[in-house]
Design a protein around this ligand. Structure first.
Ligand code: NAD
Ligand code: UD1
Length: 336
């Protein structure tokens, strides 16, 4: 039985589908701070398999201990946390509380219950400004905002834990830019308010919820001057977690990138989305967004080695097509 914290969220819900399809039993714990219960109903609809949901907070150690015990959990996949960079600058204490204290309570609850296998959602943001590209896992770690620092502190906490007790198994997965949706169009990313990230914004322009895209920066040292990122299909990412569960016991503690190793510029993404949706995406070239880098993409060899040959398979066209299917079938998200 796998405990999935934050399983109702964007990446968590897609991972629940892949876990259930792979034959795992799961229990989801979520406080629904940034998600809807509907996503889990849709997971049931896709997989036609039952699973339990506990409404609870990872900062509540008693709830965690009870859940681990009642359901006989043997491993945890830990998605729960806050993830908006700008918010983290405005409200750092909320981020330290949710992401660091929350994970600390989770690890204490796991220790109490003797559950010592965990997969943690980290982020490429832990690398900070690139000293070289692609980012290998040995790239210096120097996050430039509070959100990124919470991810780094948790990574260090996990490494210290394994150093103190080698019976723990820890997989740290550093995600690049997850986009897309399950091919059914039933689950997808449903951001609250104005989206900060590129794909949700583009999709909302395509569906008519927003007039035009602001392209943040067109004078970067990239082929067309706009920012380049390593976009990865959320289903590939989810399957990376299933692969990590298989290998986690052999490894002690490992950290790997989950990306495709390829970069696409903002304008390439806009074009791919226009083709996928048949809609035009009006845009305006605007000044750079503070904190952005020109290019960011992953070295992928270590992930393939640690995750039994796993590699991201879906291309940018598939990512845009699946993202559009979700957005067009659910123009206002889950509860619109
Ligand atoms: P999300 O916000 O859609 O999902 C997070 C889930 O955790 C939500 O369902 C939310 O309600 C829940 N949650 C938050 N705080 C909680 C708490 N204290 N107790 C219980 N539940 C809580 O985000 P996502 O995009 O699915 O991201 C999942 C994880 O991956 C996060 O840890 C995020 O930092 C990390 N990550 C995401 C991205 C990305 O681009 N989406 C990139 C790198 C890393
Ligand atoms: C952002 C976060 C990063 C997080 C990642 C998750 C910042 C500074 N970084 O990264 O910590 O891990 O999301 O996916 O917020 N863009 C536009 N117009 C828009 C939105 C984005 O032009 O309306 C451009 C950006 O300038 C960038 C690219 O699109 O070049 C991707 O942006 P975004 O989706 O926000 O991801 P990141 O900046 O990579």
């Amino acid at each position: 039985m796998i405990l999935v914290t934050g399983g109702a969220g964007y990446i968590g819900s897609h991972t629940c589908v892949e876990l259930l399809n792979a034959g795992h039993e799961i229990v989801v714990l979520d406080n629904f701070a940034n998600s809807s219960r509907t996503s889990l109903e849709r997971v049931r609809q896709i997989c036609r398999k039952p699973f339990a949901v506990v409404e609870g907070d990872i900062r509540d150690q008693a709830v965690l201990e009870k859940t681990l015990k009642d359901f006989g959990c043997t491993a945890v996949i830990h998605f729960a946390g806050l993830k908006a960079v700008l918010d983290s600058v405005k409200s750092p204490l909320d981020y330290y509380d949710n992401n660091i204290i929350g994970t600390h309570r989770l690890l204490r609850a796991m220790r109490t219950r003797g559950v010592k296998r965990i997969i943690f959602s980290s982020s490429a943001t832990v690398y900070g400004d690139p000293k070289f590209l692609p980012y290998t896992e040995d790239h210096p770690l120097n996050p430039v905002n509070p959100y990124g620092r919470t991810k780094l502190v948790v990574e260090e906490m996990l490494r210290d834990l394994v150093a103190s007790d080698s019976t723990w198994s820890v997989g740290i997965l550093r995600y690049f830019n997850p986009i897309g949706a399950h091919e059914s169009g039933l689950i997808g990313e449903d951001p609250k308010g104005v989206p900060n990230n590129l794909l949700p914004f583009v999709a909302q322009v395509a569906v008519g919820r927003r007039d035009r895209l602001n392209v943040w920066g067109s004078d970067y040292d990239t082929p067309d001057g706009t920012g380049v990122r390593d976009y990865i299909h959320v289903v590939d990412l989810a399957q990376g977690h299933v692969a990590a569960l298989k290998t986690i016991d052999q490894a002690g503690c490992f950290a790997v990138n989950l990306g495709t190793g390829r970069g696409n510029s903002v304008l390439e993404v806009v074009k791919a989305f226009e083709q996928a949706s048949g809609k035009s995406i009006p845009y305006e070239l605007r000044p750079r967004r503070s904190g952005d880098v020109a290019s960011c993409y992953a070295a992928t060899d270590r992930a393939a080695k640690y995750l039994g040959g796993w590699r991201a398979a879906r291309d940018i066209e598939t990512m845009c097509r699946d993202h559009w299917r979700w957005q067009s079938q659910n123009p206002k998200g889950y509860d619109g």
